[in-house]
Ligand binder design. Structure first.
Ligand code: CA
Length: 231
């Protein structure tokens, strides 16, 4: 049973989330302040942290920074609607993703499951080596800096292009359907179509080709199925 640390100071939001998470068979610990979150974290090393950015005693970003100094546990931020800058900072500080308020508890649970899936589930120490080579040698991933280089040249990627490449690099040779890619790389998969994935794959390939001719073939099309990264 994955153990979740929920850090949220608004009782109404916290109650709804605690209920939804328990219903989905997560074990939940709730902290109302940043300091109490850090205390819980030190005492219990949870499998997942759900972290509000606006907390009474410190910001969620500070909490994230302190946790990241010790642990690669997956972190999902809860942000206010207008907190664009917070979101960007949160991801730069090592958050795995964010959901914007108001959100449905169902959306949060889906996002937690997706992140746990990506990171290999509870207990593996989290997703991320700081930097990893894909083994094929051409692509190298810098997770902390959220960058990918091809043949040593950093690729100039949009957020979605980066997320897609990250999914591929983490599971070489696996075929992903367009739905799976949408589900993992998009905030609101309902708002985009399969064509969106095709368009992004096209621009990723163009950027790969520019960095190292021929490397665009690393992302292969499996007709009628989806895409795979084949190092
Ligand atoms: Ca708050």
């Amino acid at each position: 049973m994955p153990r979740i640390l929920l850090v949220e100071d608004e009782p109404a939001i916290a109650d709804t989330l605690v209920y939804a998470l328990k219903t989905e068979c997560f074990e939940v610990r709730h902290a109302l302040t940043g300091q109490s979150a850090l205390d819980h974290f030190a005492a219990e090393s949870p499998d997942f942290v759900l972290l509000d950015i606006g907390l009474p005693d410190m910001t969620g970003l500070d909490v994230c920074r302190e946790i990241r100094a010790r642990s690669q546990v997956p972190i999902l931020f809860l942000t206010a609607r207008d907190g664009e800058l917070d979101r960007v900072l949160g991801l730069e500080l090592g958050g795995d993703d964010y959901v914007t308020k108001p959100f449905s508890p169902r959306e949060v649970v889906a996002r937690i499951r997706a992140i746990l899936r990506r990171s290999g589930g509870p207990g593996n120490g989290g997703a991320a080596a700081a930097a990893a080579d894909d083994g094929g040698g051409l692509l190298s991933l810098d997770e902390a800096g959220m960058r990918v280089a091809c043949s040593g040249r950093p690729l100039d990627l949009t957020a979605h292009e980066y997320k897609l490449l990250l999914i591929f690099i983490r599971q070489p040779n696996r075929v992903f359907t367009r739905d799976q890619l949408l589900d993992q790389a998009w905030e609101d998969p309902g708002a985009v179509t399969d064509r969106t994935i095709d368009a992004h794959i096209k621009t990723i390939r163009a950027k790969l080709r520019q960095a190292h001719p021929g490397s665009e073939e690393l992302i292969q099309t499996r007709r009628g199925l989806g895409y795979a990264y084949v190092p």
